[in-house]
Every structure is written in structure tokens, then in C-alpha cells.
Design a protein around this ligand. Structure first.
Ligand SMILES: *Cc1c(COP(=O)(O)O)cnc(C)c1O
Length: 216
């Protein structure tokens, strides 16, 4: 199992480096136990992604204290009552997508004297049931986060609809990012990370292609 994981990440890494030297690979380790993840940490991998706060705390609290070069990314839907834990444990939040959440993050950051790096999640496919801020509200929301709340927003994030035109969504994201003067882009998963990189992604979030299919 562990050999396979290292093999997987090495292949992905090789493919990506041919295209772009600087793309960050977030190994999305949700549902996998720390025993499964450990070989990748020992291998020197730095960026890891989780989508559930409770699960992340159980898995990462201890190991993050001893390995302080590790970077933990919150990539899932975030409830305001969990924000205080996230500020303590995580380094990045990819799912800032509403005013109430942004305000809470700002308050907890002040309280703890700590600033995370943030992505604003955009509902790029304008899907009814999807998380993310609507494109029409993005400009106001970004400036509110940046100026009123003093959040360190480094870029935009999306989970586009799985469709043939995923590239069009990625290109639209690049355009929006540029229009706000932002430099980082969180987009691309196991099925489409090379396309995302071609379109300018700087953080790809890869789960199953590294760890195998998730059971849960
Ligand atoms: C699970 C998840 C991923 C990784 O998905 P894979 O298809 O397994 O690579 C990426 N981003 C988010 C937001 C996720 O929840």
C-alpha cells in the first residue's frame, strides 16, 4: 500500500513538473487514516487536504506539532461553529464563500493572533445546490474580505461541474482571478488536474489518484 502511494505521487509529480515547476500538489487525504498518510509525510510531502474538521483534528493535531513544515488545507464546506478549530490547526482555507463565515474567520484570527491564507470558493458553474459565491457577487465579497475583514485572500477556488467544458470553467476562473489581481488558483482534481494546470492553476487538490479509491 505505502509503496503504491509513493509511486503514484512520483508519477503525478513528474507529469506536473514537465508542465510547470511551481504548482503545489495538495494530497487530499480525507477518509484515509494517518497510518496510510504517514509514508507520504516521511517521503517529504508538504501539502495535505482535508474536508472535515473533526476528522482532521483527530488525524493531524499531534503530527502537526512535531512536523511543523507540514501545511494543512481545509477544502470542504465550513460551518461557523468549527472555525475556531480550523484557525488553530490549518494553514489554508479554500472554501470561504459567504459573509457570515468570513466574519467569523476574521474574528477568530484576531483572537488567536494568527493569519491563514485563504481562497474564495466560486460557484463557477452557477449550479443551484453548489457551494461557492456567485460570480456576480464575487467582486464585492472579495473587497469586503480583503479591506473590511483584513483576510489574507491569495486566490480563487472552484469545483466545476463535471462536463466536457471543464476547461472553459477553468479559463473563466483565471480571468476572474486576474480581474481581482490575485496570483493563486486552487483548481484541478484527480480527473482534470493537467487541464487545470494548463489553464493556470497553482494548487491542485488530488485525492484518489494518490491514495486510491475512497471507501466512505
Ligand atoms: C475530495 C476532494 C478532492 C479530491 O478529489 P479526487 O477526485 O479524489 O482527486 C478535491 N477537492 C475537494 C474540494 C474535495 O472534496
Amino acid at each position: 500500500m505505502s509503496h503504491k502511494i509513493i509511486e503514484n505521487i512520483n508519477l503525478i509529480e513528474k507529469d506536473i513538473r514537465l508542465k510547470n515547476e511551481k504548482v503545489n500538489i495538495i494530497a487530499v487525504s480525507k477518509t484515509f487514516s494517518i497510518e496510510n498518510i504517514k509514508p507520504l509525510i516521511d517521503h517529504g510531502h508538504i501539502h495535505f487536504g482535508e474536508n472535515k474538521v473533526q476528522e482532521a483534528m483527530q488525524k493531524w493535531s499531534d503530527i502537526k506539532k512535531i512536523s511543523n513544515n507540514l501545511k494543512l488545507h481545509m477544502i470542504g464546506k465550513l460551518q461557523t461553529n468549527k472555525v475556531k478549530y480550523v484557525i488553530e490547526l490549518f494553514d489554508y482555507i479554500h472554501s470561504v464563500d459567504n459573509y457570515k463565515l468570513a466574519k467569523k474567520i476574521s474574528e477568530e484570527e484576531k483572537k488567536k493572533g494568527k493569519k491563514l491564507k485563504h481562497f474564495i470558493q466560486v460557484n463557477i458553474g452557477m449550479e443551484e445546490q453548489k457551494n461557492g459565491i456567485d460570480i456576480d457577487n464575487l467582486n464585492d465579497f472579495y473587497h469586503h474580505c480583503n479591506q473590511e475583514l483584513n483576510l489574507n485572500v491569495i486566490g480563487l477556488m472552484c469545483i466545476p461541474p463535471q462536463s466536457v467544458s471543464v476547461k472553459d470553467f477553468f479559463l473563466k476562473m483565471t480571468q476572474l482571478n486576474k480581474s481581482l489581481g490575485l496570483n493563486e488558483l486552487s483548481m484541478g482534481m484527480s480527473s482534470d488536474y493537467m487541464t487545470a494546470i494548463e489553464c493556470g492553476s497553482t494548487f491542485v487538490r488530488i485525492g484518489s489518484k494518490i491514495f486510491g479509491e475512497r471507501i466512505k
